[in-house]
Design a protein around this ligand. Structure first.
Ligand SMILES: [Zn+2]
Ligand SMILES: [Zn+2]
Length: 204
């Protein structure tokens, strides 16, 4: 059977599929809306996520929920928008995030501008002994590093950038040994580090 276009059903479907495929490719984004990194308090970047839309609590939620097992989640998660992130996570996967303590970093919590956090003391790192001596703004130095690739990200395709960025991040992480050496004594004893970090930084 042929329709008015003179094509068989199979040919018509193939044509429609081809056309919608072209449209999809056209809409495929060429550039990122920025990178989102996860780091420990010693500025080691554990992973990154390339955002295709503006940043929202969906970004950290998706990464933690889809890439980690529940038992590998951090006990303390510090984020400049931790209160919104906690609400977002608890509405969707309360059991998965049950053991995670969401805290706002000191800098953003004590901000006195219009964006000041009024979400209450439970997000204040000052009330938690375990994070008292922790640098809660460690990730900012990672951001300063990532900003350097802004131009490169704009001029390379998204696919190429996804290959370049992990290499840059790995290079930076392995170069951290020299940066951290004088601070090792105050950063914490190496035998208390996670084995993977110890292997990465000390090669044993
Ligand atoms: Zn660390
Ligand atoms: Zn808040």
């Amino acid at each position: 059977h042929r329709c008015r276009s003179g094509l068989t059903v199979g040919e018509f479907d193939a044509k429609v599929a081809l056309e919608s495929g072209i449209k999809k490719n056209k809409r495929l984004q060429r550039h990122t809306k920025g990178g989102f990194v996860f780091s420990c308090p010693h500025c080691v970047i554990y992973g990154f996520h390339v955002m295709l839309r503006g940043e929202s609590p969906r970004d950290p939620f998706t990464v933690l929920y889809t890439r980690l097992n529940r038992r590998d989640l951090p006990l303390y998660l510090i984020h400049d928008n931790a209160c919104k992130l906690r609400a977002y996570a608890m509405r969707r996967e309360p059991a998965f995030f049950a053991d995670v303590r969401f805290l706002v970093d000191r800098f953003h919590f004590h901000h006195t501008t219009a964006e000041a956090h009024k979400c209450g003391p439970s997000y204040n790192t000052d009330y938690y002994d375990s994070v008292r001596w922790v640098n809660t703004s460690a990730v900012e130095s990672c951001n300063a590093f990532l900003v350097k690739f802004k131009t490169q990200a704009w001029h390379s395709s998204l696919v190429a950038f996804m290959i370049i960025l992990p290499n840059q991040v790995s290079g930076r992480n392995s170069a951290l040994l020299r940066v951290d050496e004088p601070k090792l004594r105050i950063a914490g004893r190496a035998d208390t580090w996670r084995p993977s970090v110890r292997q990465r930084l000390l090669m044993y």
